[in-house]
Design a protein. Structure first.
Length: 212
């Protein structure tokens, strides 16, 4: 069953080939929540060490054929969870359908993500401006899903020095970017105190990518 087939999203193009889909993930919210907990039971959240030697403020895990990992050797994708040496949990149908349909609504057809990065942010956590550039095919978009407490997404330019625009994100919102904007800098500002009825004082971000 495809729950997104006949949904007409509240869509806004916020920059060249960057789209904001307000509340789009709420169409299948219950399944996403159940599947999230199952993933976390198989591949628990952890803080990744960056190649510079410090740990990220957000904790993370992965699902799908490939998972993004970071350590003193650098950033890369791997089919195995380095903590368990087992394959990452399979990407749930609810996740895959959401990513595909969000990409299609933004004009990117035939998106088949093979990796989903799951970040958990607590109050004060953030992610600095960065590029998603470890993937093999930059013609494929990025689909970013927000659940839980609100956050401010920063979308910069093709240079780190470009001034970013700030986009408020709430529970269920999705941002999709690709094409000319695929390699733009982006990040999350430090989260302010808040509480979500189901997820508590946390924000979860699912980032879908075609990595392999």
């Amino acid at each position: 069953m495809d729950l997104f087939e006949n949904i007409q999203p509240n869509k806004l193009e916020i920059d060249k080939e960057v789209y904001f889909l307000s509340g789009y993930a709420l169409t299948n919210e219950k399944a996403l929540m159940i599947d999230l907990q199952e993933i976390l039971s198989q591949a628990p959240l952890r803080r990744m060490m960056t190649k510079m030697g410090f740990y990220t403020s957000a904790t993370m895990t992965n699902c799908g054929q490939l998972g993004w990992i970071s350590d003193s050797k650098g950033y890369r994708y791997d089919a195995l969870d380095p903590q368990t040496l087992k394959a990452w949990p399979k990407m749930p149908v609810s996740f895959f359908q959401l990513a595909q349909h969000a990409a299609l609504e933004a004009g990117f057809g035939d998106f088949e993500p093979d990796a989903c990065l799951i970040n958990q942010y607590k109050v004060g956590a953030s992610m600095g401006l960065h590029l998603d550039k470890n993937e093999l095919d930059f013609t494929q978009p990025i689909v970013s899903v927000s659940l839980g407490i609100s956050a401010i997404f920063q979308l910069g330019g093709l240079s780190r020095s470009d001034k970013p625009i700030k986009i408020p994100l709430t529970h269920g919102d999705i941002v999709v970017w690709g094409g000319e904007s695929r390699l733009k800098y982006h990040g999350i500002m430090p989260l302010k105190p808040n509480n979500h009825a189901v997820l508590g004082p946390y924000r979860y971000n699912f980032t879908f990518r075609k990595a392999g």
